[in-house]
Ligand binder design. Structure first.
Ligand code: HEC
Ligand code: HEC
Ligand code: HEC
Ligand code: HEC
Ligand code: HEC
Ligand code: HEC
Ligand code: HEC
Length: 346
């Protein structure tokens, strides 16, 4: 018995001896964040938001994989922490990036914060445009695009820049829940925050607001219930068009002058759609929506393009009515079919 114990402790000592030098060198993410998630300690400049960082894929690799020379004595060791280059790990991006206008004008860090990276599906269209607005000031952009794009302000507000400036195999419609700002009577709408949705969703959390049965799928019925529920009076769905994948070429594409690229009706229109809900990490999570449900968010008719191009305010209102009409059709039709189902049996 005693022999057994000594044997075990011997092994333990050996094991510890093996591990110690390593653990003495490598601080864990939490150790680093003990200081760097506290702006009183390190100041705003060196602050890393732990909650946001922990939700990134970079967190899985750990701080040390990019700052590999940070020792136990840091920050008193007199060493300047190393910072890994993005292309060390992302060389596949370089082919597109190096050939783009941005290669000499915007670095990876200008568009991405390494401590807040997200995949395309986890970023809102609004956040995407914030990346671009750092250099391409929104008002300038509206002015430049207005030369050929009617209601450029609306397009720029509702579409991510990359929907027009990157090539993608597919595009999809993403719906965000927006809400009326409570202090405004007519109400400007803004993206609903997680807290607000959680309050409305109750036990089921934010997702419960729209995915009523919690099956990670939003059916036509659930969409209708969402719109009709008096508790959701201040909520709307806002549609935007997103590319399914991103290229770093960021270029001017001739086919984007073509309005029907987006304002298409019928089988030409984008078929796939999602509702994107905010997550605790500051990103978004997508839920599939039943096919056909939101095609009409971007529904247009040939008349509508003409109206857009003439830039006549009242005509645009008619255009809008046509769009709304487009929305009413499938919903109204479905409802009518539902109420007249008994008649059809005869
Ligand atoms: C005891 C608190 C503390 C801990 C723990 C800590 N840091 Fe720091 N870190 C600092 C302070 C303070 C500075 C600023 C030092 C200076 O300016 O001389 C700093 C500077 C840095 C910088 C340089 C920023 C720049 O460009 O000026 C990096 C990178 C960094 N830390 C990463 C890390 C990593 C990675 C870890 C964990 C392995 C870590 N730190 C752990 C307090 C800490
Ligand atoms: C994927 C690589 C990567 C990981 C993982 C990473 N960093 Fe960084 N970090 C960088 C790069 C690159 C910079 C330089 C950014 C710049 O100069 O714009 C940087 C900058 C910093 C800075 C300077 C302030 C700033 O925001 O520019 C601090 C402090 C820092 N990192 C701490 C950390 C800590 C703490 C962790 C882990 C919780 C961590 N880093 C994880 C790549 C990384
Ligand atoms: C040590 C390796 C390493 C370094 C250095 C690194 N990354 Fe990453 N990064 C990864 C891995 C691994 C992934 C996950 C797989 C993938 O998307 O390639 C990732 C994913 C990403 C993503 C997508 C996030 C997601 O959720 O899909 C972005 C954006 C990103 N990195 C940007 C950067 C930028 C910008 C830098 C430089 C500041 C950088 N990375 C440096 C390893 C690295
Ligand atoms: C002009 C802005 C811009 C620059 C510069 C830029 N990116 Fe991106 N990148 C984006 C956008 C927009 C996305 C899509 C949204 C997201 O994931 O953040 C993206 C996505 C990514 C992704 C995720 C890819 C995926 O398929 O989900 C990686 C990895 C990445 N970038 C790495 C880099 C690296 C490395 C560099 C520098 C060589 C770089 N980026 C430079 C704008 C930029
Ligand atoms: C760090 C600054 C910076 C950021 C961030 C940035 N750009 Fe640029 N971009 C430039 C500069 C500089 C040019 C070249 C001069 C010009 O056309 O304004 C340019 C050019 C362009 C062009 C013209 C390309 C061509 O082929 O002529 C497009 C389109 C563009 N950017 C889109 C974007 C989009 C979309 C984003 C966000 C994902 C973005 N940019 C983010 C600096 C930036
Ligand atoms: C509806 C599609 C569409 C959207 C949305 C869009 N662009 Fe463009 N953009 C274009 C087209 C097409 C051109 C070429 C314009 C021309 O020939 O004058 C262009 C031109 C540009 C240029 C070059 C301007 C010049 O004259 O050199 C920049 C920079 C640019 N866009 C950035 C952006 C940014 C940033 C956003 C988001 C805020 C954005 N674009 C949104 C379609 C779009
Ligand atoms: C990249 C996709 C895309 C392209 C290309 C595009 N649009 Fe749009 N358009 C949209 C989106 C998204 C909206 C906003 C829908 C909404 O109200 O939510 C919109 C809205 C409009 C509206 C306003 C309708 C209203 O609600 O008042 C008009 C008018 C319009 N577009 C005309 C055009 C014309 C004309 C062109 C071609 C010169 C064009 N669009 C090109 C996506 C696009």
């Amino acid at each position: 018995m005693i022999r057994e114990l000594t044997k075990t402790s011997l092994w333990l000592v050996l094991l510890l001896a093996l591990l110690l030098p390593v653990s003495a060198l490598a601080m864990e993410n939490e150790d680093c964040l003990g200081c760097h998630n506290d702006s009183d300690m390190v100041g705003e400049e060196l602050f890393i938001n732990a909650q946001v960082f922990d939700h990134t894929v970079h967190a899985e690799m750990g701080c040390a994989s990019c700052h590999d020379n940070v020792t136990e004595e840091h920050p008193d060791d007199g060493l300047t922490p190393a910072k890994a280059g993005c292309l060390d790990c992302h060389e596949n991006i370089n082919e597109d990036y190096a050939g783009s206008v941005h290669a000499n004008n915007a670095s990876c860090g200008d568009c991405h914060n390494p401590h807040q990276v997200r995949g395309l599906t986890e970023v809102s269209g609004h956040d995407l445009n914030q990346q671009c607005a750092v250099c391409h000031e929104s008002a300038d952009m509206v002015q430049q695009h207005d030369e050929w794009l009617p209601q450029a302000n609306l397009h720029i507000a509702k579409l991510p820049c990359i929907s027009c400036h990157t090539e993608s195999d597919d595009y999809e419609i993403v719906l965000y829940i927006i809400q009326k700002e409570s202090d405004k009577v007519l109400g400007d709408f803004e993206l609903s925050a997680l807290d607000d949705l959680q309050k409305l969703g109750g036990e089921k959390g934010a997702q419960g607001v729209i995915d009523l049965n919690g099956d990670d799928f939003i059916s036509l019925t659930e969409l209708r219930t969402f719109h009709r529920n008096p508790a959701n009076e201040d909520l709307r769905l806002q549609a935007t068009l997103m590319p399914s994948d991103v290229s770093h070429k960021i270029e001017i594409l001739e086919d984007r002058y073509d309005c029907s690229y987006c304002h298409a009706a019928g089988p030409e229109a984008v078929q796939t759609s999602y509702v994107a809900l905010p997550t605790a990490g500051g990103g978004y999570q997508r839920i599939d929506v039943e096919k056909g449900a939101v095609l009409d968010a971007l529904y247009g008719t040939p008349d509508f393009y003409m109206m857009g191009a003439t830039r006549n305010a009242s005509m645009n209102i008619i255009g809008l009515l046509i769009i709304l009409g487009g929305l009413v059709m499938p919903i109204g039709h479905g409802t009518l079919r539902f109420f007249t189902r008994k008649n059809r049996k005869h």
